[in-house]
Design a protein around this ligand. Structure first.
Ligand SMILES: [Zn+2]
Length: 58
């Protein structure tokens, strides 16, 4: 399967790195947080997903 990769800021590398999406919650009602794993330093961190363009998402 395809691995989801996003370019996100890594606070450990202090730069933008390729980060693997390792956990995506099924219920994203409270703060859409996803777990990313940096492919450079291997550290995992919880980051909020990008702000949706519209608030009215059903
Ligand atoms: Zn990193």
């Amino acid at each position: 399967m395809d691995q989801e990769i996003e370019h996100r800021w890594c606070k450990f590398c202090m730069t933008k790195t390729k980060q693997e999406l390792v956990f995506l919650p099924n219920m994203a009602t409270y703060k859409r947080r996803r777990k990313y794993k940096c492919t450079v330093c291997g550290k995992t961190s919880w980051l909020q997903g990008r702000r949706p363009s519209a608030e009215s998402v059903y």
